[in-house]
Design a binder for this molecule. Structure first.
Ligand SMILES: [Zn+2]
Length: 301
C-alpha cells in the first residue's frame, strides 16, 4: 500500500501502517512529494493507494502529461480521503490508473469513526465504532430528510482510548437523503457525500444555498481540466461571484464560462486572475509539499 496523505497526519498514517501489518502487506509512507517521484514509486509494486483528493488530481494530471496509463500501474484500489473528490477527477483517475476509486470520509479528530461510499453515491457511517448524528446547521436539532446538516461524531470506547470527544461537530456538511434505497450498504445509515465545510456555504439573496461541492464539480468539468480546482466563490445578490485562474478558464469565452455554470444550475459572474494567485484562492492539501534534502553540492562547484 502506498500512502499519499501528509506525513503530519500521524494518527491516520499510524492506523494505516498498523492495518497493513495485520494483513502482512508492505506499506510505503511516501507523503506529499513531487508527483513525478510518486508516480515512479506507484509504477513499481503498489496495489493499493491512499490519497487526498487534491493530490490524486495532481497525480492524474502528471501521469497524463507523461503519457502514462493503466498498463503502467498495478493498482487494484484507490482510497481517497478528505477534501471534495469531483466526479470528473474520479473518472479520470479510474481511467488513468485502471483501478476503482473509493471516496471515503475520516478526520483525525474523530478517528477511528469513518464512512465509506457506495455505488449509489451515499456516504455510509460506521455504527460499530461511534455514534454519528446529522444536526441542523442553525438549531443543532436533528436535520430532516432533504436538509443540509453537519456531521457530529462521538467515537466509542475502546476504539478511542485516549482524548475522548463527545458530539464532535465536524462542520462537514451533508444532505440527509429521503432513504438510501437498496444499495449494497443499505444496512448502514447513509447521507450524501460531503458537500463542503459549513462556513464555506454560499448563501444567495434568493435563499438558495450553494455548496462548495456544487462549485468544485462545475469547475472540474471545465474543458481546461485545471485540477485541483482553484477558486473563490462569494455571494453577489442572486449570483455567485466566481474568481477562477487562467488555466481553469482556458478554452471558453467569458460568456461560455457563464453558460457552463448555468447548465449546472449556478448563476455566476466570472473574474479571471493570474495562475500564480491560484493557491491563495483555495489552499488544498497537496500544497503541503514535503521536501527532501537537496542533492549535495558537487565538490569544486
Ligand atoms: Zn448507499
Amino acid at each position: 500500500m502506498q500512502v499519499h496523505v501528509s506525513s503530519r497526519a500521524t494518527a491516520a498514517v499510524q492506523l494505516t501502517s498498523l492495518s497493513c501489518r495485520l494483513v502482512g502487506a508492505r506499506c510505503r509512507i511516501v507523503g506529499i512529494v513531487s508527483p513525478e517521484s510518486a508516480l515512479d514509486d506507484l509504477a513499481d509494486t503498489a496495489t493499493v493507494m491512499s490519497v487526498n483528493a487534491s493530490y490524486l488530481a495532481e497525480l492524474v494530471v502528471t501521469a497524463r502529461r507523461h503519457g502514462m496509463g493503466p498498463d503502467d500501474f498495478r493498482l487494484r484500489r484507490i482510497d481517497c480521503v478528505s477534501e471534495i473528490l469531483s466526479t470528473a477527477v474520479r473518472d479520470a483517475a479510474e481511467l488513468t490508473f485502471g483501478a476503482p476509486v473509493h471516496d471515503n470520509f475520516g478526520l483525525t479528530e474523530a478517528i477511528p469513526v469513518t464512512a465509506t461510499s457506495c455505488s449509489a453515491g451515499h456516504l455510509h457511517h460506521d455504527l460499530a465504532s461511534g455514534h454519528v448524528e446529522v444536526l441542523d446547521l442553525h438549531t443543532g436539532r436533528p436535520a430532516h430528510a432533504g436538509d443540509l446538516g453537519t456531521l457530529v461524531v462521538t467515537p466509542y470506547f475502546p476504539y478511542r482510548e485516549c482524548m475522548p470527544v463527545f458530539r464532535y461537530d465536524t462542520r462537514d456538511v451533508v444532505r440527509v437523503p429521503h432513504g438510501t434505497g437498496e444499495c449494497e450498504q443499505a444496512g448502514l445509515p447513509g447521507t450524501s457525500q460531503i458537500l463542503g465545510k459549513a462556513e464555506q456555504l454560499i448563501h444567495l439573496a434568493s435563499g438558495v444555498v450553494v455548496t462548495p461541492r456544487d462549485v468544485v464539480e462545475a469547475i472540474e468539468t471545465l474543458p481546461g481540466q485545471s485540477w485541483p480546482a482553484r477558486f473563490k466563490a462569494t455571494p453577489e445578490g442572486d449570483r455567485i461571484g466566481l474568481c477562477l485562474t487562467e488555466s481553469a478558464a482556458r478554452g471558453l469565452s467569458r460568456s461560455g464560462l457563464v453558460e457552463h455554470f448555468a447548465e449546472r444550475g449556478l448563476a455566476v459572474s466570472v473574474t479571471v486572475v493570474d495562475e500564480d494567485q491560484g493557491p491563495a484562492l483555495r489552499p488544498v492539501r497537496s500544497d503541503l509539499h514535503e521536501l527532501a534534502f537537496p542533492a549535495p553540492v558537487p565538490v569544486g562547484a
